[in-house]
Ligand binder design. Structure first.
Ligand code: SR1
Ligand code: MG
Length: 408
């Protein structure tokens, strides 16, 4: 029995080194280990352990009993099991797009995985105005494979229900139910509204009963539609990138929900990157170039998703009734509708709610930040209210451009 097998505690850097030495078979016995806690997310502790002799390294991710962002959020450490199990499953469904999982420890509530330090977090890279031309191709392969191949279209229904059970995730779902679907749409004390847009939010969001009703419908869709095994938090802070590689990390919000939830998160976060580029790149040609890259990426994410979804459906559908003529189109239409709605919800909640994004809050010029926020919010509202009308990548970009013209 060691300190690491007798009971859970949250580790410090020195303990993560000791853990690596005594609990893992990864490093050589004479390894010269150093460790740094590098977590910058809202929930967990992330240790990078390096053998200074060989250069080998690993990541240990440990779930604490409360969120880092606020101890108001008391969370089951079971999220670490969910993360390690879904990463293992996603590695089979979409090989090459997630980090390799080495070990899960249910006592210390930590998992050990491949170190991706040769990649960078996509949000940071986009705020630094970098481009990743293969991203749309990579992320659409990841989404089509993980979303379609875990659905009732392809899996036996009993097998799918077993997965629904395994990935029941009530506490993390509750965070999304509150932060994404509820709090941004009324004057909730937890909201963090940028003062210059408060009047706009009060008038356009909190006073709009039609919008409130639509968000209620969407919340119930999220609660009740066990369509696909979602990543559940697929923003650009959950994606590692380098020129020729995309790795999706942090799937601890995973559960069975509407497939469009993941796609809408990707699109909204590309719109945040777009708004940041619009507000902060001073050189006109460089700005136009970055905006072009981002609008093309948004278009491609939608259009490639549709193309690959159709192909994978035809190759993998097993459910007899899903083969009836017209059903594929009906099903895809629903995913696109949810994608538009979630794009609107994510745009709203990151601007009005508790968990803002760096793309927006790092805009130093208050007038430009106001323009960026109003652009996102105005588009958000239309994405939610008119969610049935977004059928192609161009439809998404057209609304972004129209909203931008009103506020920039
Ligand atoms: C209390 S957690 C706040 C946000 O951080 C996570 O990444 C999710 O997006 C969550 O909504
Ligand atoms: Mg996360």
């Amino acid at each position: 029995m060691t300190v690491f097998t007798s009971g859970y505690f949250t580790m410090k850097e020195a303990e993560a080194i000791e853990y690596s030495r005594t609990q893992l078979n990864y490093f050589a016995p004479d390894a010269d280990l150093t460790c740094k806690e590098i977590g910058d997310g809202n929930l967990n502790y992330v240790f990078r352990v390096v053998d200074e002799k060989s250069g080998q390294s690993i990541i240990i991710k440990q779930a604490g009993p409360v969120a880092r962002i606020s101890d108001e959020f008391k969370l089951s450490t079971d999220r670490n099991r969910i993360e390690s199990e879904i990463l293992t499953l996603q590695a089979k469904l979409a090989p090459g797009f997630v980090p390799q999982m080495f070990n899960y420890d249910p006592v210390m509530n930590c998992c050990v995985m491949e170190d991706l330090s040769d990649h960078e977090i996509m949000r940071t890279a986009l705020v630094n105005h970098k481009k990743f031309p293969l991203f749309a191709d990579h992320i659409t392969t990841f989404m089509v494979k993980t979303l379609l191949l875990t659905s009732d279209v392809v899996l036996g229904h009993k097998e799918k229900k077993e997965l629904v059970k395994r990935f029941i995730n009530p506490e993390l779902c509750e965070i999304s139910e509150d932060l994404v679907f509820t709090e941004p749409f009324y004057d909730c004390p937890r909201n963090e509204v940028f003062e210059p847009v408060r009047d706009f939010v009060a008038r356009e969001f909190w006073a709009d009963e039609r919008l409130a009703l639509e968000t209620a419908k969407l919340k119930f869709e999220f609660l009740n539609n066990a369509q696909s095994l979602l990543h559940g938090d697929l923003h650009t802070g959950s994606i590692f990138v380098k020129e020729n590689s995309t790795k999706v990390i942090d799937p601890e919000f995973a559960f069975y929900g509407p497939a469009g939830y993941d796609i809408g998160n990707v699109i909204a976060n590309l719109i945040f990157a777009y708004s940041n580029a619009k507000a902060t790149i001073e050189d006109e040609a460089a700005r136009a170039d970055q905006l072009d890259y981002l609008t093309n990426t948004i278009t491609d994410v939608i259009d490639l998703f549709i193309e690959k979804f159709n192909r994978e459906w035809d190759a993998n559908v097993t459910e007899q009734t899903a083969k009836y003529p017209g059903f594929k189109e009906f099903y895809l239409d629903g995913i696109l509708r949810d994608t538009a709605a979630v794009t609107g919800l994510e745009l709203s909640r990151r601007i009005i709610g508790l968990a803002p994004v760096k793309d927006i809050v790092s805009i130093e010029d208050a007038d430009k930040r106001t323009s960026a926020e109003k652009t996102c919010l105005s588009a958000a509202k239309t994405f939610i209210l008119e969610r049935d009308t977004f059928k192609t990548g161009d439809d998404f970009v057209k609304l972004l451009k129209e909203s931008e013209q009103k506020y920039f």
